[in-house]
Every structure is written in structure tokens, then in C-alpha cells.
Write a protein that binds this ligand. Structure first.
Ligand SMILES: *Cc1c(COP(=O)(O)O)cnc(C)c1O
Length: 411
């Protein structure tokens, strides 16, 4: 028997296969400019260039907001760098306690629990609930994020995948289960790649009929929708219908961290049993303080949300005028459909090289083959001039790549 010892050889072969398929991930080396976002510096082959970012999840520019930066500076100066421990062993600081209270209030829940990221919050909360509820079955929307999928897998509970946003399929699957087993219906409000929105009320109605728990990921909606930024469930008056509302502090809130909100008992249960909560160092207090400032600001200010929606509508109208096809949806995400992985990467490279515009190409396996796209996320910090430059560049590249256009509606 020959001994296996070529570990790096194995890694390289796997990476070569990814490159062959066009699925290798190339990162940009960016430096965002404080106060000037969406401007950033891109470093490439020893060169530095100013570019405009059009694919950030800092949807409102809160990562640059003066209140957020001031809160982070103040906390850093007052308390130092790290939390110094897990939440259980000396790492629960006043900044964490305040932020959890703010988040529980945001979603109209009794309690909230912070995690180090949205990914960890889904993974740990779903993993814990599904593994600890005896005989639990999880009904997971086919479009769910990797963090939920991995949490459910880790729980080893039975999983049934229902067709994306398909109420009949969800109901049929629930109806076929025994009445006496616990069930969790796990889904998202705004789906990140298509930007479509779940029929939350109808899903809750069905879940109620079968005694299922409802678990909603509002990661792409918190801060952005609802009169206080509580998400789609807040906008639709449905927050009390959901047993868990999960969110991130890293997207519209502009900082970092994840959380769940729910009843006092549910949150205490996750706090007490979730390994991914217990055995890891708490977020730095300055991060919690910054996130808290962002949440507070967006509870009162409509300015950013209104400007965000205006900017999104403007980009859509300008794309319409050129017949550039994008997926229609009721959210802020504009997936411009290229439908070819090579052209998608080519357009992205050309935008960067010739126009200083950064839009990461989204190819398989993040989206199905044939639906390769440029996922554009306009924000209030993009100027009218930024929009002009984006749309003109896309129009030119569309012609250059001989991509089909939509019939242009009569004005
Ligand atoms: C980004 C994302 C997460 C993870 O949130 P992070 O805070 O970035 O870890 C969870 N769910 C969905 C749907 C996401 O898009």
C-alpha cells in the first residue's frame, strides 16, 4: 500500500478543476473610502485605482454613517478592543445587553440573542432547535441560504424541501406529517439573488393550521423595510405571527453580527443550548455599539429608506429605456440577466477595466446555470452621475456582447 502524502497536490487539483469550470472565486483587494463610499480603491497587480462599487450589501451606506462611526470610536476609546471572553465567561458587556434590547424592540419580541454573524445565527439557532425538539421535521424553502441549509443538516433532523415560495407544496408536505411531531417552517423574506419576496402571511396561516413553528430570515430586509426598519414582516404587520425573526447587522446596518429574536423562552433556550453561541468569543463592544447606533438611527429616520427606493426605481427605469433585461421583483435587488457565465465575467471585467465600475459576476453554483447575472444594488450614496456612468457602460457592453434586449415600452 502506498502512503498518501500529497496533500497540496490534492488541493491544487481541486482548484484547477474549479478554474476549468469557470467557478473559481477571484477576490478584489478593496479599500472603501470613509465618507466617500461607494468610492473605493482597488489594488490590482501593484496598481491602485479609484472605483465605484455597485454590488455592496451595505445597502444604505450605514457603514459610513457619522452616528455609527462616532459610536464605534467612543466605545473603542472607552472600553478597548475586544470583548475579552465568551458571553458566558466575562464577555457580556453593556454594549451587548443594550443591542439585544434594541433588537427585541425592533421586531416586537420579548428577547433577542446576538451571534458573531448572520450565518452563525441561522446555523446555530436552526441547528439547536431542530436537534433538540424531539422528532422535529424541518420544512425548508428550496431557495434558502446556505447558513440555514447547513444548520438543518447539522441538526440531523428530518428535512423536507418545499418548492420555492410554493404554498401548495408546503401545505401538502405539512399535511402528510404526523400531527404529534414538532415542525419548523424555515424561509426568507427577501431572497438575495432573485430579490423576490415570500408570501409571509399565507405561509404563517398554513404553518398555524399544522402547528408548525415559523422561522424567518429577514437578512436582506432589516433596516430597509417597515416604518422602523423591522423588515417585510414589520411592513406587513406580521411580526407577531413569526416565532423567530433572524437578521444581520452586516448588511443594511453596515457593521457585523447576526441575531435571532423571539419569545423569552425560545431565546433563553438558544442561549443555553446553542454551541455556536456559547463557545465563541463575543463580538467586540465597539462593533455592538456601532450596530446599535445604526439600528437606532434607522428606527427613526425614513430618509435613507426613501432615497434607497428612489435610487432603485431610477436604475430600473434607465435599464428599461435601454431594453436591458433584469428580473422583476418587489425588492431593492436588481439582477441584470446575462445568462452565460463567460459573458457575465467578461462584462464584469470590462466594467472594472474600462469604467472603474465594480459589479461581481454571479455564476453557478450561487445561481442555476443559464441564469448568470450581475446583481446590482443601488444605494442612496450613488449619485445621478454614478447612475449615468453605470447605465451607459452597460448599454455599450450589451451591444459588444450581442446580448438580446427587451422590447422597449412606448414612452
Ligand atoms: C448574507 C446572508 C446571511 C448571513 O449573514 P451574515 O451576517 O453575512 O453572516 C444569512 N441569510 C441570508 C439570506 C444571507 O443572504
Amino acid at each position: 500500500m502506498t502512503q498518501f502524502n500529497d496533500y497540496d497536490g490534492f488541493f491544487r487539483a481541486e482548484l484547477d478543476a474549479l478554474k476549468e469550470e469557470g467557478n473559481y472565486r477571484w477576490f478584489k483587494d478593496l479599500e472603501r473610502r470613509r465618507g466617500a463610499f461607494p468610492r473605493a480603491i482597488n489594488r490590482q497587480e501593484g496598481e491602485e485605482r479609484e472605483i465605484t462599487v455597485w454590488c455592496s450589501n451595505d445597502y444604505l451606506g450605514m457603514g459610513q454613517h457619522p452616528d455609527v462611526l462616532a459610536a464605534m470610536h467612543a466605545a473603542l476609546d472607552k472600553t478597548g478592543a475586544g470583548a475579552g471572553g465568551t458571553r458566558n465567561i466575562s464577555g457580556t458587556t453593556h454594549a451587548h445587553v443594550e443591542l439585544e434590547a434594541e433588537l427585541a424592540d425592533l421586531h416586537g419580541k420579548e428577547a433577542a440573542l446576538l451571534f458573531t454573524s448572520g450565518y452563525v445565527s441561522n446555523w446555530a439557532a436552526l441547528g439547536t432547535l431542530a436537534s433538540r425538539l424531539p422528532g422535529c421535521v424541518v420544512l425548508s424553502d428550496a431557495g434558502n441560504h446556505a447558513s440555514m441549509i447547513e444548520g438543518i443538516r447539522h441538526s440531523r433532523a428530518q428535512k423536507l424541501i418545499w418548492k420555492h415560495n410554493d404554498l401548495e407544496d408546503l401545505e401538502a408536505k405539512l399535511a402528510a406529517l404526523p400531527a404529534d411531531c414538532p415542525k419548523i417552517v424555515a424561509f426568507e423574506s427577501v431572497y438575495s439573488m432573485d430579490g423576490d419576496i415570500a408570501p409571509i402571511e399565507a405561509i404563517c396561516d398554513i404553518a398555524d393550521r399544522y402547528g408548525a413553528m415559523t422561522y424567518l430570515d429577514e437578512v436582506h430586509a432589516v433596516g430597509l423595510y417597515g416604518p422602523r426598519g423591522g423588515g417585510i414582516a414589520e411592513r406587513e404587520g406580521l411580526m407577531d405571527r413569526l416565532m423567530v425573526i433572524e437578521g444581520t447587522l452586516g448588511k443594511a446596518f453596515g457593521v457585523m453580527g447576526g441575531y435571532i429574536t423571539g419569545s423569552a423562552a425560545l431565546v433563553d433556550f438558544a442561549r443555553s443550548f446553542a454551541s455556536g453561541f456559547i463557545f465563541t468569543t463575543a463580538l467586540p463592544p465597539a462593533v455592538a455599539a456601532g450596530a446599535c447606533a445604526a439600528v437606532r438611527h434607522l428606527k427613526h429616520s425614513q430618509t435613507e429608506r426613501a432615497a434607497h427606493q428612489d435610487r432603485v426605481a431610477e436604475v430600473r427605469a434607465r435599464l428599461d429605456a435601454l431594453g436591458i433585461p433584469y428580473l422583476e421583483n418587489d425588492s431593492h435587488i436588481i439582477p441584470v440577466m446575462v445568462g452565460d457565465p463567460v459573458k457575465c465575467r467578461f462584462i464584469s471585467d470590462q466594467l472594472m477595466a474600462n469604467h472603474g465600475i465594480y459589479i461581481q459576476p454571479i455564476n453557478y453554483p450561487t445561481v442555476p446555470k443559464g441564469t448568470e447575472r450581475l446583481r446590482i444594488t443601488p444605494s442612496p450614496v450613488h449619485s445621478a452621475g454614478d447612475v449615468d456612468r453605470l447605465v451607459e457602460a452597460l448599454g455599450d457592453l450589451w451591444s459588444q456582447c450581442q446580448l438580446a434586449r427587451q422590447p422597449i415600452a412606448a414612452q
